[in-house]
Design a protein around this ligand. Sequence first.
Ligand SMILES: O=C(O)CCC(=O)C(=O)O
Length: 277
Amino acid sequence: MEKFVILGQNKRSCNSDAATRKKIKRGKDDRIKEEEEKNAEEDEDEFSHPVPWQKIEAEGLDCDYVLLFSKEEADHLFKQLEEEVVYSTGEEAKVQVFGKVYDIPRKQATYGDTGLTYTYSGVTRLACPWTPTLEYIRDAVTKVTGQTFNFVLVNRYKDGQDHMGEHRDDEKELDPLSPIASVSLGAARDFIFRHRDARGKQSCRQIEPVKLELAHGSLLLMNPPTNTFWYHSLPVRKKVLIPRINLTFRRILLSDEDKPRHDVQECTVQTGQKSSG
Ligand SMILES: O=C(O)CCC(=O)C(=O)O
């Protein structure tokens, strides 16, 4: 039987929890102290995580998981993204692995700050301008983590046949000190981490894989050094019949050093809105 990390099903979103948090009351004659405590509390509201985070740890793996959005909000965000996100087609929907070109078994799009590019699987992609919903979700993630992001990779899985193979997000243009924040909307899907020393028949160590189920409205933070030591994948699950959208928010280094500028695939849509044609 497969062993999964059991993740909690807290029902409330961060925003509603923050709003209902009680203020600490102080005596009238202690005004300065009261003011200091109020300021500290406001700072905490801005960058704390009032819903319970779950820590997921193993050797060289450090992740945090939380249900960021309520079901209603997650349903709404999914619908909005279905309207706004424009996915790559044709040549742009292919990747190169060991020199061979393949169709991607899902749909992909890249959004972010102006001019940013990201190279993975042999293809360099230019970020389309943020859409309002991507911006909203990015800001919600920043609010609960205190981390900023300038790029998002959008993956859309039409059903459980669509998948993502084992890989690490360790490209040199990614800030190695920044976590990768993965927001999931739609079908719950299994997500599997495998240690680099425990892959394949030739593996030199026996380390158990870490298996999670990523829920609708969830946020998984993959903190450094997770992506150095652990590969991750989203395997085929034939019983899953509904779509899922995953957003991985990333921080791309702004220095032009080492940034490949060749073979850049242009962003085909400038507005981030679907064309009617
Ligand atoms: O859809 C997922 O949860 C996986 C996404 C992923 O592995 C990636 O964007 O690197």
